[in-house]
Design a protein around this ligand. Sequence first.
Ligand SMILES: [Zn+2]
Length: 342
Amino acid sequence: MRASPITPTVDFDAEGVQHGFLKLPYSRDDSAWGAIMIPLTVIGRGDGPTVLLTGGNHGDEYEGPIALAKLAASLDAAEVTGRVIIVPYMNYPAFRAGCRTSPIDAGNLNRSFPGRPDGTVTEKIADYFQRHLLERADYVLDIHAGGRTLDFVPFAAIHVLPDGEQQARCERAMRAFGAPYSMRMLELDSVGLFDSAVEEAGKVFVSTELGGGGSATAASVAIADRGLRGFLAHAGVIERTHAAHDPERRTTTLLDMPDGRCYTTSEHRGLLEMCRDLGERVEAGDVLARVHDIERTGTRPVEYVAQCGGLLAARHFPGLVQAGDTVAVVAQVVERNLPVPA
Ligand SMILES: [Zn+2]
């Protein structure tokens, strides 16, 4: 296959801390021989596992970019055994625009894997991760949130995998991230996901959904900060003592999305009234949300009811919905208050 047009300005095998870029040539009106410069940090010391940490896969999700920018600026090579590759803003054009997808090619990076070296800008980014960064990594953590159109209870997530042993390794890493919730996630559309690319490469992979609404909170960033340290300690790249500087004993509640009944999709356009809030217990048949007609007054709203019982794990975020929007996700509670490894 053709070589990637992306060149790193760092040496992935060097010792110490390097702040640099993935340089992606992009000729355009305002820069004839220009490039997109995707920031990254590589921290290496001695022999050990390689951990790839990513945020900004979708450009309107902020816990990953904030926590990873802080980690890149603060993690000392002396703390590290092995290698940490930090890319806070994977789909950098989308991140710069504050949008889920790229303003250049409308590319959703998380639907673009394995990518193409001769494709669109977004496909070129996917291809570089697929063929160059994944190959180096033993552990991968990709930090997501709901973006502008969804909001979530904060969870780390894995998928049910054909290889039970690999799934168990992913589950242990998810527990080590230590979000308030830990989810076995069901994808409605898994084609082109970074997740699938990492899992098929046989790596330990954890994703997250840490909040949403197109911003981040102090609480959701703190979960990302602690989760990064916990994940790195679990991989054996930093000492556990660095992971355990929060004194309270943390626990996580294990959630599952067993089938498509978890998802409630709007079939109407209108004004959304959520009838339950995130984290609340719901029973099958409970009204989750109403959609009010915005064309006229005096009509009855459409009611959307839960197809299964559980905990409200996700909701549509802005006040208006259209047909096809995910209104709510109800997850089943598998086990409450599992201890997070210190
Ligand atoms: Zn996302």
